[in-house]
Write a protein that binds this ligand. Structure first.
Ligand code: FCB
Length: 458
């Protein structure tokens, strides 16, 4: 008999990180500032004045970190490339030292039989492009991004076969630009209208489309191209036909789903969203949707939480059910524990977005916990294990029901710079003592190591 919660052979177990959150070495070997360097150096923007200048010092410690990855037993690792290391001014001259760093990193992973899954943009856009044209406010950034992507694929495409274009368009656009409020993410620009904000995510979609074309035109070997999105999963309050239909109907209108994942996967902004937006909708040039709607080999789904939906007898026939006071969550205001959001997020791709052909992998799932080090030096993060186990059970269910879920990347391998929360929030299964840069595997590390080794949930 097969042990309970066994995954199919070939299921990809991995962990994820991102360049600005772990690398440090912000001013080394020709790297120029990103918008996150500027933002975090601006007083009041990041908690405790933390910056990514040193972070986990992964730039220097990657050999040790990769040994730890090998010890964890994962065969897949999601990392990101920092645009300002490769094309420091955002466009124009390339920096050979930046490419060399990622060559060394990738070669070290391959030497340990770990497949690199490379995100081409995880929020650290070059400050030079912010100064030149306001980053994502300008259409020009789409072509500059595609040109940078071609440089990376040219240099690394002989050894990297798994590419992701952009990470979480919503966060670096709708949280990077705001009306009447200081937005929490870099570049942190206050703009005049919501239409301008929607224009930034539209430009990001264009950047994704042009980048897909650039990868296909440049890769020297067959490769997998994915978009990584944190669309909001709607979970039916009860799994009855009426509530399931409500969750499916709501899916296009919650968060920014109708204007990000819909155009990327279907080639259209969802009509219900456009109706909601009215004159706040982005300006769309005639060929834009064709550029945005590129064939993809997979979709990366970042999932931490979700929303619960029920059917109603009032138009539009559904409503989001608010979380009650005291609903369980982990160490973030938005981290309500909704394990079914993983299963439903995968199922919505097949059924609601009508892309049953498209393989999905979990590109991020994890949680911040209030980890403490015991006198014996252990970190007994039972809360994190509890959270991860439930979400993995939801992944198992999706596969058992036949949805094409191919892998799972736990966020995160290491504690790291958690954006505007700085080092205050810890998402790692490996503890970092930032004073000494000492790495200590937490209890969740050992638990995940056993899951990976046995290809099942323990
Ligand atoms: C996601 C980001 C990732 C990390 C986690 C906690 O939104 O992609 O960099 O910060 O949240």
């Amino acid at each position: 008999m097969t042990a309970a919660f066994t995954f199919p052979p070939g299921f990809q177990w991995g962990v994820a990180t991102a360049a600005y959150q772990i690398e440090g070495a912000a001013a080394l070997d020709g790297r120029r500032p990103s918008v996150w360097d500027t933002f975090s150096a601006t007083p009041g923007r990041v908690l405790n004045g933390d910056t990514g200048a040193i972070a986990c010092d992964h730039y220097h410690r990657y050999p040790e970190d990769i040994r730890l990855l090998a010890h964890l037993g994962v065969k897949h690792y999601r990392l990101s490339v920092a645009w300002p290391r490769i094309v420091p001014e955002g466009r124009g001259a390339t920096n050979a030292a930046g490419l060399d760093f990622y060559r060394r990193l990738v070669d070290e992973l391959l030497a340990h039989q770990i497949t690199p899954h490379v995100t081409l943009f995880h929020w650290d856009s070059p400050q030079a492009l912010e100064d030149r044209y306001g980053s994502w406010r300008s259409r020009e950034i789409a072509q500059d991004f595609a040109d940078y992507v071609a440089v990376v694929v040219q240099a690394l495409g002989d050894r990297v076969t798994h590419w992701m274009t952009l990470n979480e368009i919503f966060c670096f656009t709708h949280l990077g630009y705001g009306v009447n409020t200081t937005p929490p993410h870099a570049p942190g620009t206050v703009v005049d209208t919501e239409q301008t904000v929607w224009q930034t995510s539209h430009h990001a979609l264009l950047a994704h489309g042009l980048a897909c074309q650039a990868i296909r035109a440049t890769t020297p070997q067959p490769c997998q191209i994915a978009l990584v999105d944190n669309y909001l999963a709607t979970v039916p309050l009860l799994e009855t036909p009426e509530h399931i239909a409500a969750a499916q109907a709501a899916f296009a209108t919650v968060g920014t789903n109708g204007g990000i994942i819909f155009p990327a996967l279907t080639g259209e902004y969802h009509p219900a969203l456009l109706a909601q937006l009215g004159d706040r909708a982005p300006h769309i040039h005639p060929d834009d949707l064709a550029i945005i709607h590129q064939p993809l080999d997979a979709l990366g789904f970042n999932v931490y939480s979700g929303v619960v939906v029920r059917a109603t007898d009032q138009p539009p026939g559904y409503e989001v059910v608010p979380f009650p006071l005291g609903y369980p969550r982990l160490h973030m205001p938005w981290l309500q524990i909704v394990p079914d959001s993983l299963y439903w997020g995968v199922r919505h791709v097949s059924e609601t977005l009508q892309r049953p052909d498209l393989p999905v992998f979990i590109s991020e799932n994890g949680c911040a916990a209030q980890d403490t080090v015991t006198p014996a030096g252990e970190i007994l993060d039972l809360d994190r294990i509890h959270y991860l186990r439930q979400y993995l059970q939801s992944a198992h269910r999706a596969i058992a029901e036949g949805y094409p879920l191919t892998g799972y990347f736990l966020w995160s391998f290491l504690d790291n710079f958690e954006w505007f929360w700085g080092y205050d929030r810890r998402f790692g299964i490996t503890h970092i003592d930032y004073a000494t840069q000492r790495r200590t595997p937490k209890a969740s590390f050992h638990w995940y190591q056993a899951c990976v080794a046995q290809n099942r949930i323990l």
